[in-house]
Design a protein around this ligand. Structure first.
Ligand code: SF4
Ligand code: SF4
Length: 294
């Protein structure tokens, strides 16, 4: 089984549109994982039909029994994160500051605090119109530990791929260089970077390539909207050549991509004549470059 993860240093480069289009073109031979759980939106293009839904819990959070609380303030005294305060004689938690360490529960003299698993989001298994399986998730607003949710999405996607006999797991990775993207990259066989010719994208590409170097991951890059700024596009090409990262494809700017997104479709569904050859070429190049023996 080959796991290909698509990432970009910054949002808005077209990562999800590219991943959704490749997923659509791979048909039933792929298992799709949307690991961009903080801002999951691949479902808007692929319109999956949910077949399983599960609540996901991660870490612990204090639950205060106000009927037992004496307002002694012991919990407030020990909390290093300023997350619990006695208000009108009863302890009150600020869940946005709480780190779930459990110290308050340990010191409470009347056992008014119990640590409970924290609900952080929903996990879905769905079916695409291509009959492929898609695993995706939705983090609750303010939900923490998205790295753990990403790890679970990937674990379920691998299990579904084995069950369905799929050779490829295609992952829409998280943006940035933090915990969720590291979780997205864990176990990857190949990484497809998506960038665009802007100063900020080039800067973020540099940071994400640094991350890949640390993990010794093989990668290629797709330069999206390649014709919007020729001078910066040239610098992107030079940077990739310097880093020995193959340029998998260049996608010129095309209004019809935005039209497709507005209609909730992949570009190849919206304008097949214009986009089918281009994306077929990208897919063939990606599959060839990501082969084990390359
Ligand atoms: S330590 Fe327990 S009893 Fe004291 S204020 Fe906190 S929750 Fe209430
Ligand atoms: S679990 Fe830790 S961080 Fe949260 S309120 Fe209790 S002591 Fe503070």
């Amino acid at each position: 089984m080959r796991e290909i993860v698509v990432i970009s240093g910054k949002g808005g480069t077209g990562k999800t549109t590219l991943t959704a289009t490749l997923a659509y073109m791979l048909g039933a031979s792929v298992t799709v994982a949307d690991c961009d759980v903080d801002a999951a939106d691949m479902h808007l293009l692929l319109q999956p039909q949910s077949t399983r839904e599960e609540r996901f819990y991660s870490g612990d959070e204090p639950e205060i029994d106000a009927s037992l609380c004496t307002g002694c303030g012991c919990c407030e005294e020990v909390c290093r994160f300023d997350a619990i305060h006695v208000v009108n004689g009863v302890a009150v938690l600020n869940p946005f500051l709480c780190e779930g360490c459990g110290y308050c529960a340990r010191v409470c003299p009347v056992e008014a605090i119990a640590m409970r698993p924290c609900y952080v989001g929903l996990l879905f298994e769905s079916q695409l119109s291509t009959e492929a399986t898609m695993i995706h998730a939705r983090l609750t607003p303010g939900g923490e530990n998205s790295g753990k949710l990403v790890a679970r999405v990937k674990k379920d996607a691998r299990a579904a791929a084995e069950r369905d006999g799929c050779d490829i797991v295609l992952v829409d990775g998280s943006p940035g260089i933090g915990c969720p993207v590291i979780s997205s990259l864990s176990g990857a066989d190949y990484v497809a970077l998506v960038t665009e010719p802007t100063q900020s994208a080039l800067h973020d590409l540099g940071r994400v390539v640094e991350l890949l170097e640390r993990f010794h991951l093989r990668a290629g890059c797709v330069l999206n909207k390649s014709d919007i700024h020729p001078a910066v596009a040239m610098r992107v090409r030079e940077f990739l050549a310097d880093k020995d990262i193959p340029l998998l494809a260049e996608i010129p700017y095309d209004e019809r991509v935005l039209e497709a997104i507005r209609l909730g479709k992949t570009p190849v569904e919206h304008a097949p004549q214009a986009f089918q050859p281009l994306f077929k070429n990208i897919l063939d190049t990606l599959l060839n470059e990501s082969k084990e023996d390359k």
